[in-house]
Design a protein around this ligand. Structure first.
Ligand code: CA
Length: 540
């Protein structure tokens, strides 16, 4: 067992031993009581995250979905638009847009015509978020705590014992397709079409990992050295656009051979999605489509059509403008196919901006960036749009964890959580009523913020408590020059409403909840005693 997980389990064991209430919870789930008086959450099953209960809202959401199905005669479609590394402050409606040199009219329209979430949380990096939203489980539980990189020796296929959203949707009649970036394993058994998707059309890796093999200006020591390039390729690094079908053929459609090829990747992917939507809409079956953009993850290269099209003219900003335009094309394809009123669209980013690559990076108004446990690393734009089902003009600051997409999409597809296995812990919460009702309230009381195998922080109400912190040792290098540190005597507790940048803890000076929030974190840690995390070898 890796030391970090061992440490975590030891902590959970100590906490469980020192707190009879916590130990009792694991043994007698029916008698479960909240860890502190702060909590109103209800645990309905020992392996499900406790959630706030609004029975009237749950019933109203069910009735709304049933009425839609009566009207359309079929189950709803689900479309996720996942932008890579886009910052909270990038879209115009979140305070960015034209004001920071890259207008985003299509994203802004989606938000205005739907529900704009301002306290939605991702994991701090790509792979953890991408696996968490498909499993409803924290990366520390599945073992997918960081990207599986070319050359990594993993001990066990992380997907082997996992139940993915598309795999659960299939028996409910859904066709599931992933277009774009995967980044959650490229070996046989780990590819999208091995783990539940019916079809995959995209890339296994992030833009930078692909373009580093062709961009001689940025990576001359690699690109101009054939021996090194051959060694990189020998690790299994792939520059291919792959088309794979579940149980069928997997083939390379084309290869990225220049930065110009890389620049056009999103255009090619969007064209595939637009065509696929027309086909899927005619198939008579409901569909789940995850369109995962390659942009705006570094290294961004402006495509022919969008070079200089942003106010800023910088490559990152041109990439934001391109992604926004492609979002518009995909939404227009749903309109043209006549399925817009039967399709939930959810647009978000998989983590905060990667300030390490600035100025090829997004913007966040918060402290920290991608890879950190500060708000800048994990708080992301998130927009839910569903014509006729989500009223225009809604905005909410109530909590949403992107893992909630797993449970919510199951619910929208009419799949009961009772169908999920009982031998593992699910961290996602069904937020269907929050999303669909005009007065919908979030059922999520807390968001736990993990970085790899470390429980760093927790958000509850407008408070955020850190038991560990991410420290940078050079300006904005949250990935390449940072450390994790333990806090001192007291956890660092911030009030995000008066201090959104997490600069000055209110601690025990100006807050009544320090001990209660610490107790809530301990109760969370104790779930790992009852349901031990998997170690797939990435934590070594
Ligand atoms: Ca990312």
């Amino acid at each position: 067992m890796n030391p970090a997980i061992h440490c975590l389990l030891a902590t959970a064991a100590i906490l469980a031993a020192s707190s009879p209430a916590v130990a009792q919870k694991a043994d007698k789930p029916a008698a479960w009581t909240p860890a502190s008086t702060m909590s109103s959450a209800v645990r309905t099953s020992p392996n499900m995250e406790p959630a706030l209960s609004f029975p009237g809202q749950a019933e109203a959401a069910r009735a709304k979905l049933a009425e839609l199905q009566r009207r359309t005669g079929r189950k709803p479609n689900i479309v996720w638009l996942l932008v890579d590394d886009m910052g909270f402050g990038d879209p115009g409606i979140y305070g960015g847009g034209a004001a920071i040199g890259a207008a985003t009219p299509n994203m802004d329209r989606l938000a205005r015509e739907g529900l704009m979430l301002t306290s939605a949380y991702a994991q701090p990096t790509c792979t953890p978020t991408r696996s968490a939203i498909l499993t409803g489980r924290l990366p520390v539980r599945t073992g997918l705590t960081r990207p599986i990189l070319a050359g990594d020796k993993i001990k066990v296929n992380p997907w082997q014992a996992e139940v993915s959203l598309p795999a659960v949707l299939r028996p409910a009649g859904y066709t599931s397709i992933l277009v774009g970036k995967w980044h959650v394993g490229e070996g046989v058994g780990m590819r999208p079409h091995d783990v539940g998707f019916d079809e995959f059309y995209g890339y296994y890796e992030a833009q930078k990992e692909i373009s580093q093999g062709v961009d001689e200006r940025r990576y001359p020591d690699l690109v101009l050295n054939p021996d090194r390039l051959a060694r990189l390729r020998a690790t299994g690094s792939s520059e291919s656009l792959v088309h794979g079908v579940r149980g069928g053929e997997t083939r390379d459609v084309s290869k990225i051979e220049s930065i110009e090829d890389m620049a056009e990747a999103d255009r090619v992917l969007a064209e595939f999605t637009v065509q696929k939507i027309a086909t899927l809409a005619q198939s008579g079956k409901p569909f789940f489509l995850e369109h995962a953009f390659m942009k705006v993850h570094a290294d961004n290269h402006a495509s022919k059509a969008f070079k200089g099209k942003s106010g800023s003219k910088f490559a990152y900003k041109d990439a934001v403008v391109e992604v926004d335009a492609l979002v518009g094309e995909i939404v227009a394809a749903l309109d043209a196919a006549g399925v817009r009123d039967n399709t939930l669209i959810f647009l978000t980013s998989d983590n905060g901006p990667q300030l390490d690559s600035w100025p090829d990076s997004g913007y966040t108004p918060f402290r920290g960036a991608k890879a950190s446990a500060w708000e800048g690393g994990v708080r992301v734009p998130a927009i839910a749009n569903w014509k006729g089902m989500i009223s225009p003009g809604r905005q909410s600051d109530e909590l949403f964890d992107l893992m909630d997409l797993f449970n919510s999409c199951l619910s929208i597809a009419g799949v009961s959580e009772a169908a999920l296995p009982k031998d593992r812990y699910f961290d996602g919460i069904d937020q269907t009523s929050f999303l669909l009702l005009d007065d919908g309230k979030s059922r999520r009381e807390k968001v736990y913020i993990w970085a790899e195998t470390d429980l760093m922080a927790m958000r509850m109400w407008e408070y955020k408590i850190h038991t560990k912190i991410t420290e940078t040792h050079a300006q904005w290098l949250d990935i390449d020059m940072s450390t994790k540190a333990n806090v001192g005597l007291a956890p660092w507790l911030f009030n995000l409403y008066i201090d959104p940048k997490e600069q000055y803890p209110v601690g025990h000076r100006q807050n009544a909840w320090l001990a209660s929030m610490a107790a809530e974190m301990k109760a969370h840690a104790a779930t790992f005693k009852a349901f031990p995390p998997k170690d797939i070898g990435l934590a070594q």
